[in-house]
Design a protein around this ligand. Structure first.
Ligand SMILES: C[S@@+](CC[C@H](N)C(=O)[O-])C[C@H]1O[C@@H](n2cnc3c(N)ncnc32)[C@H](O)[C@@H]1O
Length: 350
């Protein structure tokens, strides 16, 4: 018998959040404070990070605003990468997006965005996601349990949860995105979804995490319920620079506790985009037992939207790998007279 999808209502989510957040943990539910003032200049903006954009409207409208936002920033066609993407993976991901789009188009009561949905090209977003999947797998490490932190539209699940062998944990904290993820997972993976706000007490039972082939969905402030040494892969795409310092510190502590020895942390972001906090993430990771094993900086200038990096958890003190002197030398004696990256490299997280 098919399981009923664990779909939640906005009232249920809001009531639960009201009960669970107080002065001691409220900071874990914030996003990009530095931009809030700028967003106030655009009071009607529904961009997800603007105050109004954080409110959930319904599947239809939230889907529209989030697609709009992805389209502005992830519209590259990723040509000339120098390597190939598995077309079957990209096609499977695209098929998931198309299913969501059909659902949005089926809403006959609201058709103001129909033209937009009909013309939306899901190819770039599918490729963008397939690129993540490729890099997440290049070490050949066997993956059973995955954490996707700050899941956006939930796209990391599209391929991973199609395979029938892994548990994926999706974590977020922003109302509009969290509800959208619940909608998306209910539509695409109704049999797998285990929603925290549908039955929170279950998440306190350690035995609860021994199931297979599930898609767990929970808020950031409940990360401490997850078992020690459990994850083979942790995913952070375009999120770590957008958090406040306290949240980032909390996260790094949690990652260190829940990752397995030799587990992988996959980070993809604009490495030199000015972070919302003052922490050097790379340096912190070195101090906390992580080792950088791979970084893709582009093939002959090809822009693939962000710099994918892989860290492995060795649990050793890797502090000495932070080559301070080499970095300073590069700034003053660059290999090329116009190597501005040396300056950027010196000032920001690795
Ligand atoms: C730029 S988006 C990236 C989304 C997704 N990783 C992707 O690449 O498609 C940042 C994401 O981080 C989430 N986020 C922001 N603050 C958060 C927090 N404190 N805890 C968890 N997620 C958060 C947002 O809701 C959003 O889903």
């Amino acid at each position: 018998m098919n399981k009923i999808a664990e779909k939640i209502s906005i009232d249920k989510l809001r009531n639960c959040i009201k009960r669970e957040l107080d002065d001691s943990n409220e900071y874990l539910s914030r996003w990009l404070e530095v931009f809030v003032n700028k967003a106030k200049l655009l009071p009607d903006s529904r961009r997800p990070w603007a105050p109004r954009g954080r409110e959930y409207l319904d599947f239809y409208e939230t889907f529209y605003y989030v697609l709009h936002w992805y389209c502005q920033f992830k519209s590259g066609r990723f040509k000339d990468m120098g390597w190939k993407i598995d077309e079957t993976v990209a096609e499977n991901i695209r098929e998931k997006f198309l299913r969501l789009n059909r659902e949005a188009l089926s809403n006959k009561n609201k058709n103001q965005f129909h033209e937009y949905f009909k013309n939306y090209d899901f190819y770039p977003l599918s490729l963008y996601t397939a690129i993540d999947y490729k890099f997440q797998n290049i070490t050949g490490t066997k993956v059973d349990n995955i954490l996707d932190f700050g899941s956006g539209i939930g796209r990391q699940a599209f391929q991973w949860c199609s395979q029938g062998s892994v548990n994926l944990f999706s974590v977020d904290a922003i109302e509009s995105l969290y509800m959208l993820q619940n909608d998306v997972y209910s539509l695409l993976f109704p049999d797998k979804l285990i929603e925290y706000f549908y039955g929170p007490e279950r998440f306190c039972d350690p035995g609860f995490y021994s199931m297979r082939d599930k898609l767990y969905h929970l808020p950031t402030w409940k990360l401490d319920l997850l078992p020690d040494r459990y994850f083979d892969l942790i995913i952070c795409v375009q999120v770590l620079q957008e958090l406040n310092k306290e949240t980032l510190r909390f996260l790094l502590r949690q990652f260190r506790r829940i990752v397995k020895k030799n587990g992988i942390l996959y980070i993809r972001d604009n490495e030199f985009w000015k972070p919302a906090h003052k922490l050097r993430v790379g340096r912190e990771l070195l101090e906390q037992g992580w080792e950088l094993i791979f970084k893709y900086t582009g093939h002959e200038g090809a822009d693939i939207a962000g710099i994918p990096r892989l860290w492995v958890f060795t649990d050793a003190d890797n502090r000495k790998s932070f080559r301070h002197l080499t970095r300073i030398k590069r700034v003053f004696f660059p290999s090329h007279p116009f190597d501005y990256s040396a300056w950027r490299d010196y000032g920001l997280p690795i």
